[in-house]
Design a protein around this ligand. Structure first.
Ligand SMILES: NC(=O)c1ccc[n+]([C@@H]2O[C@H](COP(=O)([O-])OP(=O)(O)OC[C@H]3O[C@@H](n4cnc5c(N)ncnc54)[C@H](O)[C@@H]3O)[C@@H](O)[C@H]2O)c1
Length: 348
């Protein structure tokens, strides 16, 4: 693809302003040339940061797709909008980078994959947590020959919110709404699922889970507990919640950990730190990492790798199939809750 890739943003909210723009504005491979968002304030803020002229700022993303000269879009909107927006952008012939999750159901996700295949456009979903310094380093160690295969893993992401959190901002309101595709497993737990599966070095095959609303007066899940069995027989657990209390009293709030018959690795705070347990010494030690404000969430490295691949005409590092698989684990967890039994992903 010719560079710089001409990019239109669909959605100019929190994640774009905080994490996408600092990288997108620096990369030589991409230039933001158009914006779409029905919220005037967000449109104006991102317009000011990027220098996109008002004539290229649209309230309706469909007008942007029709009128702006763009090669690609980056979609960062509430979850229930993703499937329709990806499909419409694919029909317009655009490469699509979508924030997670790709859709709110597997039916929608299948329709998305059909649309991108039919229109022969490149499609990728933001799986930033595997591009954080701690997770990248852990992956490199697991791919080398120092560590044997992980046998057991566990991950958790626990955010002790209050009832008021769910009304605190538009971004929190839609996350707590079923109609907008909210809920903790598809929003926050989404990252632990692909991160842990990557570190386990074997795809998930069976999912037992309970996905429930136990803390708040909202119509989406606020806690999800998963027990996973991987293709190679290894097992792992994931706990994610907006109500459980983590951190403090020696308990870590967010972690992703794999145990091998040799050493163990623990990625802390979604990749801010990495610890290794040596069975020989019986002690944990921290592995030094180069963590900066820019690389800490993984968005910078995900976007850099993705635009480099697009510019070179190569497949992006995260494919639509990978994102579909992650969503199928989430769907299996919901079905396991209903059926009170483990779900084999091949049943879906
Ligand atoms: N990968 C990560 O770590 C991470 C972190 C935060 C958010 N996200 C994802 O990014 C997406 C956006 O989250 P956010 O926190 O920025 O939410 P947000 O509410 O701050 O921003 C969403 C934006 O979308 C706009 N919008 C709503 N309807 C629209 C439409 N029809 N067309 C264009 N824009 C529209 C809103 O006006 C708002 O500006 C979600 O998919 C979320 O899961 C990912």
């Amino acid at each position: 693809m010719q560079t710089p890739i001409r990019l239109g943003l669909i959605g100019c909210g929190g994640i774009v302003q905080l994490q996408h723009l600092p990288t997108l504005c620096e990369l030589d491979t991409v230039r933001i040339v158009a914006l779409a968002d029905p919220d005037d304030d967000n449109l104006a803020k991102v317009g000011a940061t990027t220098g996109v002229p008002p004539a290229q700022c649209y309230a309706d993303y469909r007008d942007m797709l029709e009128q702006a000269a763009i090669d690609a879009v980056l979609i960062a909107t509430p979850h229930h909008l993703h499937a329709e927006q990806v499909t419409t952008a694919a029909e317009a012939g655009c490469t699509v980078i979508s924030e997670k999750p790709m859709a709110t159901s597997l039916e929608e996700a299948s329709a998305v994959l059909d649309a991108v295949a039919r229109h022969d456009v490149v499609y990728t979903v933001v799986h930033n947590a595997v591009f954080t310094p701690g997770t990248l380093h852990a992956i490199a160690l697991l791919q080398g020959d120092e560590l044997p295969e992980p046998q057991v893993g566990r991950a958790k992401s626990i955010f002790p919110m209050t009832e008021a959190h769910h009304r605190a901002s538009p971004a929190r309101v839609w996350r707590a709404s079923k109609a907008a595709g909210g809920g903790c497993i598809g929003d926050t737990g989404y990252h632990e699922i692909y991160s842990l599966e990557t570190l386990m070095c074997s795809p998930v095959r069976y999912v037992e889970a309970r996905v429930q609303t136990r803390f708040f007066d909202i119509d989406v899940d606020d806690v999800a507990l998963l027990l996973l069995e991987h293709e190679n027989g290894a097992i792992s657990t994931i706990s994610t919640s907006w109500g459980m209390v983590g951190g403090g009293a020696g308990e870590l709030g967010g972690l992703c950990e794999v145990h091998t018959r040799g050493d163990c690795l623990r990625v802390v705070g979604r990749g801010r730190a990495l610890h290794r347990f040596s069975r020989e010494t019986g002690a944990w030690s921290e592995i030094p990492l180069d963590v900066t404000d820019r690389n800490v969430t993984g968005h910078a490295d995900y976007l850099t790798a993705t635009f480099a691949a697009l510019a070179a005409g190569e497949p992006p590092p995260i494919t639509g199939a990978r994102a579909y698989h992650n969503l199928s684990i989430i769907e299996a967890a919901r079905r396991a809750t209903q059926a009170r039994r483990a779900i084999d992903l091949t049943e879906l």
